[in-house]
Design a protein around this ligand. Structure first.
Ligand SMILES: NC(=O)c1ccc[n+]([C@@H]2O[C@H](COP(=O)([O-])OP(=O)(O)OC[C@H]3O[C@@H](n4cnc5c(N)ncnc54)[C@H](OP(=O)(O)O)[C@@H]3O)[C@@H](O)[C@H]2O)c1
Length: 246
């Protein structure tokens, strides 16, 4: 069975992705940083439905944690076939006027550090197998600015370009690297902090007149993990109900 590592899978999009990939026949690694009970629940639900899951606590911004996590997966399950880098490191919502370098530089650092460390850790095994899928959660905000989201949007734009370079270099090895870019997702922790009337306005601006659902994001990830997407690499795939068409 192929093995999928989903970073930040204790809730939200990551949890939905772990569940969808388990249904599609992957052994899934449910990574979290500090939400053990929730991560254990995600894994228990997958196992109760007949799937295979294991929980690994690791801070994806810490080199030793990432190395230990991937070593454990290599030893127990033989390697990582699919990396879904989804973990959301903290960021501040602020105008440019109030933005400090610590806020912007800090988010750039954690966003890229996590993507860099997880990618570095899984790629050698993928190269040796001549096959692999790298999938990263971006956001529509990396291309379409929205008030207050300068730190997140800028860091995710850097992630987008990092992934294109990774895709270019790894393509000859049979490894694909792609981005999934949702618009605001209903029920997400961050969405819960947005006032209801602002959420309603955001939904109204989407051509399909609603927010994205975690499962829709997860199914797009599953397509990119599958053989069906084997000749698709370096792409940014919105899950946005028609918002922000190219
Ligand atoms: N929600 C949206 O509306 C939306 C829209 C567009 C894109 N996205 C993207 O989709 C991804 C997931 O978003 P979400 O809203 O589902 O996130 P979320 O609900 O905040 O969940 C984040 C996950 O990341 C984990 N995490 C945070 N820091 C970590 C670290 N250093 N190491 C390991 N795990 C860590 C959290 O676990 P702990 O609690 O244990 O830290 C949690 O499992 C993000 O990349 C986000 O930018 C989200």
């Amino acid at each position: 069975m192929p093995v999928a590592l989903i970073t930040g899978a204790s809730r939200g999009i990551g949890a939905a992705t772990a569940s969808v990939l388990a249904q599609e026949g992957y052994r899934v690694v449910v990574n979290h940083r500090a939400s053990a009970p929730q991560a254990e629940d995600v894994a228990a639900t997958i196992i109760a439905a007949g799937g295979e899951a294991m929980v690994i606590k690791a801070d994806v911004t810490e080199p030793d944690d990432v190395a230990a996590m991937v070593n454990e997966i290599n030893q127990r399950w033989g390697g990582v076939d699919v990396l879904v880098h989804n973990a959301l490191t903290p960021f501040d919502i602020t105008s440019f006027a109030n933005l400090t370098w610590e806020q912007l530089g800090g988010k750039l650092d954690t966003e890229l550090r996590a993507a860099f460390l997880t990618t570095k850790a899984v790629v050698p095994g993928m190269i040796s197998r001549g096959n692999g899928r790298l999938i990263y959660l971006s956001t529509l905000l990396s291309r379409r600015p929205r008030d207050g989201m300068i730190a997140l949007g800028t860091a995710k734009a850097a992630l987008d370009q990092f992934v294109r370079y990774v895709a270019l270099e790894l393509a000859p090895h049979g490894i694909t690297a792609n981005l999934v870019a949702p618009t605001t997702v209903e029920g997400a922790l961050s969405t819960g902090k947005v006032p209801a009337e602002r959420l309603a306005a955001m939904a109204a601006a989407v051509p399909m007149k609603r927010l994205a659902r975690p499962n829709e994001v997860a199914k797009t990830v599953a397509f990119l993990a599958s053989d069906a997407s084997g000749f698709t690499t370096g792409h940014y795939i919105p899950v946005s109900g028609g918002l922000g068409m190219d």
